[in-house]
Design a protein around this ligand. Structure first.
Ligand code: UDP
Ligand code: MG
Length: 306
């Protein structure tokens, strides 16, 4: 019999957890050929989340939990959950029932019989979500897809069931600033996407403010791309070009390069050269930054004959 580890990051989820446990237990009972364990990670909650997890662990031997000393963020909670899981398959689920438990059965069928390493939920819409936040999120995914050349689309979230090989490869990435959507994409493996509709949070409130989402977005871009450093170089090159064009045009107009035109050319040229060299320094720094993550150079999916 296979074992599925259900990993649940929880931050101040006292209102949502009882309903989550009931709904997911029911869905887990319907999965043929596999038993489930719950790994809750209390991410430094300041409400009664730890007490609820304690009573779940007392009442049900399938429930285990880890409590952080303070709030470390969802990415850290997911890493800790994965590290402490021993299932043949692992699935990440939010505690607020925004990840439909009824998909677990289909996800397990896909990863255990269809040859996929991972089966992930693809959220098709953002119904019920704050319009401003939806707009910002969509814009962010457009930018990050262009900059990072990794498959990170809108709606491609953390709700996914993966096999042990993929889970272990994620654990091999030990970087501190963990941007999970990027990491999922970086490690590769075959993923099947199954669509689902967005539902509003079952209880409690979202833990993300626009400020924390912006920080998260910047983390994502900086963790997987050196494009911001390149941007300085491009801007510098454009400034140098503008200086040359203004200089040449003024000379062609036959007025000689004196006074205000000379001043503008010099300012643009010096700033351009400066930005260009800052960008080169940035490129070196970004290479060093990427090296310091000590990411694996390759990830093996299967070995035979060794
Ligand atoms: N979460 C966490 N640590 C945090 C923020 C969130 O463990 O610092 C958990 C939260 O308890 C929930 C999941 O991450 O289980 C998703 O959070 P939320 O529902 O607030 O995000 P949203 O669905 O609004 O993007
Ligand atoms: Mg949510």
């Amino acid at each position: 019999m296979d074992k599925i580890s259900i990993i649940v990051p929880c931050y101040n989820e006292e209102q949502a957890l009882p309903g989550f446990y009931r709904a997911v237990s029911k869905a887990a009972a319907e999965i043929d050929g596999a038993e489930c364990e719950f790994i809750f990670v209390d991410d430094g909650s300041r409400d009664h989340t730890p007490d609820i997890l304690d009573s779940l662990a007392c009442a049900d031997s399938r429930c285990r939990y880890i409590s952080f000393s303070r709030n470390f963020g969802k990415e850290a909670a997911m890493y800790a959950g994965l590290q402490n899981s021993c299932g043949d398959y692992c699935v990440f689920m939010d505690a607020d029932l925004q990840h439909p438990p009824e998909l677990l059965k289909e996800m397990y069928r896909v990863v255990s019989t269809e040859g996929y390493d991972c089966c992930a939920g693809l959220r098709e819409d953002r119904t019920g979500e704050n319009q401003f936040r939806s707009f910002l999120s969509r814009a962010f995914y457009k930018v990050i897809r262009k900059l990072c050349k990794l498959d990170m689309g809108d709606g491609k979230g953390d709700f996914r069931m993966m096999n042990r090989a993929m889970a272990d490869s994620i654990l091999e990435l030990k970087e501190y600033n963990r941007y999970m959507k990027g990491i999922f994409s970086f490690v590769g493996f075959e993923t099947k996407w199954i669509p689902f509709h967005n539902v509003e949070r079952a209880a409690g409130t979202t833990k993300w403010s626009v400020r924390s989402l912006f920080r998260y977005a910047m983390d994502g871009i900086l963790s997987f791309s050196s494009a911001p450093a390149t941007l300085a170089g491009t801007t510098g090159a454009l400034l140098i070009l503008a200086a040359i064009v203004i200089g040449v045009c003024t000379l062609l107009a036959g007025k000689g390069l004196t006074g205000i035109a000379l001043l503008i050319c010099l300012i643009l040229l010096l700033n351009g050269v400066q930005m260009f060299f800052i960008s080169i320094v940035g490129q070196y720094a970004s290479k060093d930054y990427m090296e310091s993550k000590k990411r694996p150079i390759y990830i093996v999916k299967k070995k035979r004959g060794f």
